[in-house]
Design a protein around this ligand. Structure first.
Ligand SMILES: [Zn+2]
Length: 469
């Protein structure tokens, strides 16, 4: 199946020209009902007044960048090459984001969204073995505690979750969830990583790793499954963000070029989905996860470090080192540009938190030396934070992965639960809600397996619309 590059219908392509929305989405926004009525009665002209009525404080944007580190970012920030992260830093605060071992992405990103340790939330790595000795990729069904999106849903807030790790099958939330299996090739990539762990952890397993989320739609609600399927073939944003690694002229080895191309396309897809959902839903909280910098750093770190060494002028850097180090810097710059596209849609008073799950270091593997994240040298990620009540004086010393969810909850005036390990930052202009014992969000519902004909029906509909040849 190939998805062609037809321009999207006007309602998705004209950024910023949001129609007044007297539809069912307004009914979902229980927390802002008066606002919705104003909009319906007086058109979008009153959107600003509406936002002021909420103190401009109700929205939050959470961007996760896997593996981003100040080792790379700081010199680039100082040189003005990451202007969007620099803007967040200048308007707010930045510093290390403390993580915990082992530095495995699924456990940490789930901890970030729950404020619970892996032993409590249930996702301890990429892969587990069932009672019959078959290895499985972890899925959202394995998470035993409510996540930010469930808690906001229970409080009548709208939330969009895009590409967050371990969200397949998607959960039924008050908003939109596009799972981490939605990007082209994403599920296959996760299974590849999981199989590498499985061969070490379960050498006697008789089968390759299975994905328990397979067969489910990768977005909720169903209308968004269709939209996301369509997004896979759109190139409106691609025209603004052409893949810098897919030209065949990057000078990188074909293997590295292929990994970077797939990673960049995957990040681009997550960003396109985020922009589309943001425009359609204007959610109270939008959280998006970009995995590409981690993958690029695994491939390019050795050259990046080599390029940092003092080099005698008479002895220029080897071409390979120069090209690979530059590619990692390019990846950071392009990620910063993605962040800029989202930032355009948020006011300076909105909460913006950009964070990563760990840093990077050179690791000696049995067969090679490459980028990795094993030791304390790679423990800390990055944190960029801005919004009303946050200034350069805001204390973030010791801020860690488990503090992210409490901080977002405090922003919305939602209590932090005693069973969460983290604590929120102190916002300078508000009292935190008194803590509660735990958040009772009721049973978490997930999208079930697709009926066999659902995908066929959607593909047929897209074909009729002209998106598929
Ligand atoms: Zn990694």
């Amino acid at each position: 199946m190939s998805l062609s590059a037809r321009p999207p219908p006007p309602e998705f392509s004209s950024r910023g020209s949001r129609k007044p929305r007297c539809d069912k989405r307004h009914r979902m926004r229980r927390g802002r009902r008066r606002c919705a009525l104003l909009l319906c009665a007086h058109t979008a002209l009153f959107a600003l007044a509406c936002s002021d009525a909420g103190g401009g404080r109700e929205r939050a944007l959470l961007i996760g960048i896997d593996g981003a580190t100040f080792t790379v970012a700081r010199p680039l920030l100082d040189a003005g090459r990451l202007p969007n992260l620099a803007r967040i830093e200048a308007q707010g605060v930045s510093g290390p984001l403390r993580s915990f071992f082992p530095l495995l992405s699924p456990r940490i990103w789930t901890s970030m969204a729950t404020s619970r340790r892996p032993a409590e939330h249930g996702i301890t790595g990429w892969v587990y073995e069932d009672d019959e000795g078959s290895p499985h990729l972890y899925s959202s069904s394995d998470r035993r505690v409510p996540a930010l999106w469930n808690i906001l849903t229970a409080h009548g807030r709208t939330v969009a979750v895009i590409n967050w790790l371990m969200t397949q099958p998607p959960e039924k939330i008050n908003g939109v969830m596009v799972s981490d299996h939605a990007a082209p090739g994403a599920e296959g990539n996760q299974l590849w990583v999981a199989n590498r762990f499985a061969t070490k952890m379960f050498p006697d397993a008789k089968s390759p790793v299975d994905s328990p989320g397979a067969g489910s739609a990768f977005a909720y609600p169903e209308e968004w499954f269709e939209r996301v399927a369509r997004l896979r073939g759109e190139d409106a944003l691609l025209a603004k963000s052409p893949n810098p690694f897919s030209s065949g002229a990057s000078g990188l080895t074909p293997e590295i070029e292929q990994v970077l191309t797939v990673s960049f396309d995957s990040d681009l897809f997550a960003m396109r989905a985020s922009l589309d959902v943001e425009q359609a839903l204007h959610p109270d909280l939008l959280m998006v996860y970009l995995p590409g910098i981690d993958r690029a750093s695994h491939m390019l770190w050795a050259s990046f470090e080599a390029a940092q060494q003092d080099q005698p002028e008479t002895q220029p850097l080897p071409e390979k080192v120069r090209i690979e180090a530059a590619a990692l810097i390019t990846y950071y710059e392009r990620t910063d540009a993605f962040i800029g596209l989202l930032l355009e849609r948020y006011s300076e008073r909105d909460l913006v938190l950009v964070g990563s799950d760990h840093g990077f270091e050179l690791v000696e593997y049995p067969d090679r030396i490459a980028g990795g994240h094993d030791s304390v040298d790679a423990r800390d990620g990055v944190l960029f934070l801005r919004g009303a009540g946050i200034s350069s004086d805001t204390k973030i010393g010791g801020f860690g992965i488990l503090d992210v969810t409490p901080t977002v909850l405090a922003w919305f005036g939602i209590p932090v639960a005693d069973d969460m390990e983290g604590r929120p930052i102190i916002f300078q202009d508000r009292e935190p809600a008194p803590p509660i014992a735990h958040h009772d969000v009721g049973p978490i519902e997930r999208v079930g397996r697709m009926e066999d004909d659902v995908e066929d029906r959607i593909i047929e509909r897209l074909r009729q619309l002209g998106y598929i040849e």
